[in-house]
Design a protein around this ligand. Sequence first.
Ligand code: ATP
Ligand code: MG
Length: 510
Amino acid sequence: MTALVELSGIEKSFPGVRALHNAQFELLSGEVHALMGENGAGKSTLMKILSGVYQRDDGDIRLDGQPVEIASPRAALGMGISIIHQELALMRDLTVAQNIFIGREPRILGGLVLDERALNAQAEAIFASMNLKFDPRAMVGELTIARQQMVEIAKALSYKSRVLIMDEPTAALNDAEINELFAIINRLKAEGVGIVYISHKMDELKRIADRVTVMRDGEYVGTVPAATTPMETIISMMVGRTLSNEPSALPAASDAPVALEIRGFKRGNVIRDVSLSVRKGEILGLAGLMGAGRTEVARAIFGADPIEAGEIFVNGNKATIRSPQDAVRAGIGYLSEDRKQFGLATGLDVRNNIALASLSRFTGPVGVLRENAMRETAQGYIRQLAIKTPSDTQEARLLSGGNQQKVVIAKWLLRDCDVLIFDEPTRGIDVGAKSEIYKLLNALAEQGRAIIVISSELPEVLRLSHRIAVMCEGRLTGILPGGASQEEIMHLATLRPSAVAETETNRKTA
Ligand SMILES: Nc1ncnc2c1ncn2[C@@H]1O[C@H](COP(=O)(O)OP(=O)(O)OP(=O)(O)O)[C@@H](O)[C@H]1O
Ligand SMILES: [Mg+2]
């Protein structure tokens, strides 16, 4: 059988970086082919070459056995190749439907006028085929990251391509949404579409992939069947060594003083009377399904959103936090789930991204910036977190997705915060670097910092947390000890307050 796509001997360099060397990849029709590798391995770059975003320096690209040149993303779409990018590339000020059909909107009156009705109807039809409820008129900028991801997927589907590349499509999706996506993938597969699937979530491989190709440092390592290859084999192909499965050494919950306490936080329906506290040296997991209000609580603590009621105490003292600046002054740091909007200054280099939030540390007696100290500090974090970059003066936007995330983490590690809130800290981070980040969070806690971790990956919450606060629909539904089971968390995460209220009323009337 002729391969649908065949890439061989692909070379690609950027100034100071050899991103790909002798890379290869083969995609069959009706196949889901996972592309795996550590952060910076070259996965996105290889797929950007296949989708016309970048031009290769050397190598061979074949479609149906025929050599082709793919000069631009438009040319790729013309050949039936579409890509869902890792970094969402939607226009925030356009509607959902406008984003999906940008550049090919249905028109009337001889092309003069946009046919809004047809546009929205076509978008609705795509969402219906995806089993999703979606308002095509909503502004993309107002959607959550997960919803934006769904719009990207809808857009790619609308092209009815033969080759569909998904670069970390589930990074921001919840379990139900992932199930929807997998159902869509299986449907496309049955229609003969070839799908390239990039993900750092190892458990997804067995569920969705037929074959797995592993890359390391820009090079091809090998291709194996997904079903019969042990996970450890795939991981050691990725990292070039076997990872030890170190247990999470959790010290017993401490009776250290409370570092942060919130009482009666309220904001509309999204935060309904939430009170919680975290002690020095404690890691508090904040679990819940997407939309449970975890990020909203974090943002409210950080002063990014106003609250209607509630009090906050830092180290026992009542604090007034009306803005992120206030929060940082009070010793609270927040690593946001959306590194693009907050956190990363994409135009600045790695060094400044890490150091800027802690400038006072690098200011000498007469206000002179100690550049050497900044450089050394940045380089220290680059080593510690294995940030893949040619130097600390590389612009952050040129780093791979996972490495950008590491830069933001380094920035907050450097800032001397008493309380640190990490929202999805390992999103897009490869397996090896994940355990590095876990170790760092443990170390920070041991130094006496109070840490709140929000994560949609339950194993991560369980591994890290001394206690786990669970939310559902804006309300705190319970607090569990560290050793809790996934089932206990899921029970509280689905304990809908409306249902609770009903049983309470029933009890009262009974
Ligand atoms: N436009 C660019 N300019 C300079 N370097 C780049 C550019 N794009 C990618 N790189 C570099 O090429 C290498 C491969 O990056 P790529 O984005 O392909 O990695 P990846 O495997 O997708 O990683 P991740 O899992 O973190 O998304 C990295 O070292 C990255 O910094
Ligand atoms: Mg990538």
